[in-house]
Design a protein around this ligand. Structure first.
Ligand code: PMP
Length: 341
């Protein structure tokens, strides 16, 4: 058994779990005069700090216990919470695959925590050299991986992810795009790895980017520490309701994911016929990374035509990352690119 509590930052180890008079009472009272709220208006009461209804629903859907869930104001807040809970500024070191989602490095920098890059191989995958690099550094506290990876779109090899999990470091697997992939979530392996944090979000396949609802699934001990550190009212009641509402309709989510996947195939086929396209990287996400012979020029041209994509040339040479949108949006993208030929 791993003693997760010894990973917690000394200042955090002194914190007791969040509690309030409302939690102590745990029911519907007649009069609430405990939280300095206004008695007037429609949004006058604080939301449930422990997001109980949302967690109940998630626990059933994902096959975990409620005490294995952390809900954040987007998964960006959960990345921040991981640093605040476990990574001592100027002392601890974290590692993250590269190229990948920018917030691991940004959040490390904000917290003054050194980040070691784990370069992906030519297939944008991890391999034995990733494990060697992790093992050659003795100060690494946490490893961040993202699968399907942003911006490359591919899944990482589960064999090497498992080997990294077996190092017994804190391992974060960011599954923001897992609903678009032909692979199971690592949530199903949580019982095997007490050091695993699986990040998911309702911002992508569940269509709730505006509501800011991010999720962490992990061991009860890790979830307990992170829940002590999070701001009590980090997810508004309106957004908790929006999340519950979306999760009640998994059929709609599946239909939308299927539409995005079939549009992805159509966009890939149309782009492959263009002379300016050098390579389309295989994607298990709701975006594709495309190498052009002149990415920056194409990017500017698209922008002038009011079509916005993401230039990722600083991460992977001459590439644009293109989100798969609605049929109309994708057609507009394709037609704009065709005009350039
Ligand atoms: N992880 C990855 C890999 C992402 O691409 C994103 C969004 N771009 C996030 C996390 C953050 O998502 P959110 O904060 O909306 O949950």
């Amino acid at each position: 058994m791993i003693d997760v509590s010894r990973w917690v930052r000394p200042a955090i180890a002194k914190l007791t779990p969040y509690s309030s008079a409302r939690d102590e009472f745990a029911g519907d009272a007649d009069v609430y005069l405990d939280a300095n709220e206004s008695p007037f208006g429609d949004y006058n009461r604080y939301p449930d700090p422990m997001q109980k209804l949302l967690k109940e629903q998630l626990a059933v859907q994902r096959g975990v216990s409620e005490n294995q869930i952390v809900v954040g104001n987007g998964s960006d807040e959960i990345i921040d919470l991981i640093f605040r809970t476990f990574c001592e500024p100027r002392t601890d070191v974290v590692a993250a695959i590269s190229p990948s989602y920018g917030m691991y490095a940004v959040t490390a920098a904000i917290h003054d925590v050194k980040l070691i890059e784990l370069p992906l191989n030519t297939e944008f995958d991890i391999d034995e050299s990733t494990l060697d690099l992790i093992q050659s550094e003795d100060r690494i506290k946490a490893v961040f991986m993202c699968s399907p990876n942003n911006p490359t779109g591919n899944l990482l090899s589960s064999k090497w992810m498992e080997r990294i999990l077996n190092t017994n470091l804190l391992v974060v697997i960011d599954e923001a795009y897992i609903d678009f992939a032909n692979e199971n979530s690592w949530i199903s392996r949580l019982d095997e790895f007490e050091n695993l944090i699986v990040l998911q979000t309702l911002s992508k396949a569940w269509g709730l980017a505006n509501a800011r609802v991010g999720l962490a699934f992990t061991s009860p001990v890790i979830a307990d520490w992170m829940n002590r550190v999070k701001p009590p009212y980090n997810v508004s009641g309106l957004n908790q309701e929006a999340a519950i509402h979306a999760l009640q309709n998994p059929t709609q989510q599946r239909e939308r994911v299927a539409r995005i996947k079939s549009e992805k195939t159509r966009v890939e086929q149309s782009l492959a016929a263009l002379g300016s396209v050098v390579k389309i990287y295989p994607s298990q996400a709701n975006f594709i990374l495309v190498e052009f012979n002149n990415a920056q020029e194409i990017f500017k041209h698209l922008m002038a035509e009011k079509v916005i994509v993401r230039d990722r040339s600083s991460l992977v040479k001459n590439t644009l990352r293109i989100t798969i949108g609605s049929q109309e949006e994708n057609t507009r993208l394709i037609e704009t690119l065709q005009k350039l030929e």
